[in-house]
Design a protein around this ligand. Structure first.
Ligand code: AHR
Length: 488
């Protein structure tokens, strides 16, 4: 029997809801077709936003949405995306398939999407190919309440009231697609650009600097040294790559464990970057934001390689759940994470095909984990073994636990084994007597997926046979499963 111990007296920090954030870029069908269908579409929509997708996303309580990129952000000129749609300037989306971008989804449409989702906007500015003035004016356009050239332009375009924009990114991947810069150079540029990203009225900007790619510790060190005092957040990008077999759906057990091992590397990366940040900023003024993460496979056969459209299986659900447990455990300083990407791109929540929509196994993980948003992390410890083939061993279980505002204890538990169920005894300290334990579980074959033919093949179901004692309970987790357990 494996053991999980939880001490409810060991209360830690609040888990920011923003760890469950999303990212949508002008990439493939991530926005066009996937979310935004335009006002003339036959697909049911409100102001051009497809309602099936918006309603599904509201259910998982999307807290924050990052836009317009990604690599696209450092080529995006926001003024091309405002004003009457028919006269908006077109551009070539050079990063993603070389398609013509007609700019019909711009600042106003993004803000409308956030309004419909009930989430915070996270706008990523263009440092790589844009000017300081352009970045400065974007913030003025969005948030200035008064008489100014940009506020007047916004009013002319139909929105006299300013929006609230708290999260603002000053460039994206400036070590790569955002300008191929050295950390010293970017750090100086960051300092200059962010100076002109103003706080207007009571809109307080949370300034976000471009952080490292995966294990580029030198980048983090230089950024913290040169620009640390000028930022509120530093980003980290890390994508889980498969081994030689890059198919999203056609893989064996060995491929499954390779992906999980690579996904779990997130813990080493987060803790190592945090160590550097602690050294330069012991007061924790700067948060770490993992604003791009997820699995990255080959595109679905027959689809545009530039669109990054991939299917999603139980393997992705397990990778997502184990990663979210890591974020919860490090939530004292990891304050935001944005999976890439929300719809139709990489590890998405939702896939669409015309008017049809499919919720992926990863969507269901976000649904199960939403109970942790703004709850208090509590101490939890596992005594469990490992699983996987020699050379690719991973922990058998992954966990995190929190207590919400109503005093309910939420535990998210993952069985990483591809083929074996496992029994777990959970012992609670600090709860007088267990009343009820209810659990939902998502499970299936490692290649299990939802598609347009069978959209509900993989979905959560109640976990039966939970054996409850005074201060402990026993349960059996199926192979390859994610459980969300509520203890009252
Ligand atoms: O999410 C796809 C791309 O991955 C983003 O545009 C870029 O920032 C990263 O390299």
């Amino acid at each position: 029997m494996n053991h999980l111990s939880i001490n409810l007296r060991n209360r830690k920090n609040t888990i920011s809801r923003n760890l469950y954030g999303q990212f949508s870029e002008h990439l493939g069908r991530g926005i066009y077709g996937g979310i935004y269908v335009g006002e003339d579409s036959d697909i049911s929509h409100i102001n051009g936003m497809r309602q099936d997708v918006v309603e599904a996303l509201k259910k998982i309580k999307v807290p924050v949405l990052r836009w317009p990129g990604g690599c696209f952000a450092d080529e995006y000129h926001w003024k091309d995306g405002i004003g009457p749609r028919e006269s908006r300037k077109k551009m070539v989306n050079t990063h993603w398939g070389g398609l013509v971008e007609d700019n019909s989804f711009g600042t106003h449409e993004f803000m409308e999407l956030c309004r419909q989702l009930g989430c915070e906007p996270y706008v990523n500015g263009n440092l790589g190919s844009g000017t300081v003035q352009e970045m400065s004016e974007w913030m003025e356009y969005m948030t200035f309440d008064g008489i100014s050239p940009m506020a007047e332009l916004r009013a002319q375009n139909g929105h006299p009231q300013p929006w609230r924009v708290h999260y603002f990114g000053v460039g994206n991947e400036n070590w790569g697609c955002g300008g191929s810069m050295r950390p010293e150079y970017y750090a100086d540029e960051y300092r200059r650009y962010q100076t002109y990203v103003r706080n207007y009225g009571d809109n307080r900007v949370f300034r976000i600097a471009c952080g490292p790619n995966a294990d580029d510790y030198n980048w983090t060190q230089k950024l913290m040294e040169i620009a640390g005092p000028y930022m509120d957040g530093l980003t980290l990008h890390y994508y889980t790559q498969p081994g030689k077999n890059r198919s999203a759906t056609d893989f064996d057990e060995n491929d499954y464990y390779v992906v999980l091992k690579n996904a779990l590397r997130m813990e080493e990366l987060v803790s190592s970057h945090l160590q550097i940040m602690h050294r330069y900023d012991p007061a924790h003024n700067v948060a770490l934001l993992v604003d791009e993460w997820g699995t990255w496979y080959d595109v679905e056969p027959g689809t545009n390689p530039g669109f990054l459209y991939q299917q999603n299986t139980m393997r992705d659900a397990i990778a997502a759940a184990a990663t979210l447990n890591i974020f919860n455990q490090y939530s004292s300083r990891v304050k935001m994470a944005n999976i890439a990407q929300m719809v139709n791109v990489l590890q998405s929540m939702i896939l669409t095909e015309g008017a049809k929509m499919v919720l992926t196994p990863t969507y269901h993980v976000f649904d199960l984990f939403s109970v942790h948003q703004e709850a208090t992390l509590v101490g939890s410890w596992l005594e469990a073994g490992e699983t996987g083939p020699a050379g690719c061993r991973v922990p058998l279980l992954s966990q995190s636990a929190s207590v919400d505002g109503d005093g309910v204890l939420h535990i998210t538990l993952v069985n990483l084994s591809a083929s074996s169920s496992c029994s777990i005894r959970t012992t609670l300290e600090g709860m007088e007597e267990i009343g009820t334990v209810s659990a939902q579980v998502l499970s299936g074959a490692i290649q299990g997926k939802n598609d347009f033919e069978a959209p509900q093949r993989i979905q959560p179901a109640p976990l039966k046979n939970v054996d409850i004692g005074r201060d402990c309970f026993d349960l059996e987790l199926p192979a390859c499963s994610v459980a969300a357990i509520a203890v009252r």
